[in-house]
Write a protein that binds this ligand. Sequence first.
Ligand SMILES: *Cc1c(COP(=O)(O)O)cnc(C)c1O
Length: 365
Amino acid sequence: MPRPIEALIHTDALAHNLRRARQAAPDARVWAVVKADAYGHGIERVYEAFRAADGFALLDLNEAERVRTLGWRGPILLLEGAFEPRDLELCSRLDLWHVVHNDAQIDWLAAHKTQRPHRVFLKMNSGMNRLGFAPHAYRSAWTRLNALPQVDEISLVTHFSDADGPRGIGHQVQAFVEATRDLPGERSLSNSAATLRHAHLPEVRADWVRTGIMSFGSAPDHPEHDIAHWGLQPAMTLRTRLIAVHDLQPGDTVGYGSTFRAETPLRVGTAACGYADGYPRHCGTGTPVLVDGVRCRTLGRVSMDMIAVDLSPVPDAGLGSEVTLWGRGPHGSLLPIDEVAHAAGTLGYELMCALARRVPVSVVA
Ligand SMILES: *Cc1c(COP(=O)(O)O)cnc(C)c1O
């Protein structure tokens, strides 16, 4: 028998969450952001549910090829553009739209031989200082691109650093709007957090939103808001079973380093999931977990292949009981990935992306 751990990808949740993105920005088109192999879910597994999107945005060229191989003929956007000149050949061949964020990429385009002129998204660095042209350099980059026969349409794009937090997006929206005022072209500004929190503003919705994390069922501004607040559903479940149960006496300890010590008699279950499955090792005692759909807590350190669970809330649990690490549990129970991420001092993004290869994955409706 295989080890009992498995991951489930819920296509109904993916489709639902994508509809939520549309509702939040009704007059905008929606890029389904599927970089990092669809945030760890697998591009092939999410494709059907996301075909209702207006395009796929990602950054690895091989992932773009996979989306074309699946039969997608609509827009595909490379969020970081070309990494070297020959990437542009693939853009021509597969009709990939690509971000242009620096002068080298314009030089490569100018030297590129293509039958088919490209659609490019010119990126402004409106304050995040990661990629893009500064507002004062933006217009001259646009003018250079606009003069190239290799380019047929230029869209305008920027990215927010604080759409999920207290600083907000006002300063970046202002920089972008001012520096692009009389430039033609479609605009795209918003990630999930901006789409959920700020897309009531038309200049923030703009022509295209780029939603990633929300479509996978994680709240971009957790813990301020959770997925229930935003009407999102978990798209990934990680579940396993109890493979051992122990009765502890006061003074007994659990796991490596004996970081948990029982003060009262306690039933402890050993679940077949550890950091080699992608479960974060930084989750200490008290991380939420569901056993037979009942909320329990982990005890002690996460090992490579196992974690200990306090079974006090589920006296009926025993060998073989179902353990939900995140996602959907039995009897309609739910454990948002964001809660586990929070306990590990990280984000839902990182946990999804880190699902280990050894975990078998199935797609369910
Ligand atoms: C990853 C990414 C997004 C999507 O961000 P989420 O927070 O997952 O919605 C949008 N735009 C760019 C440029 C990105 O790199």
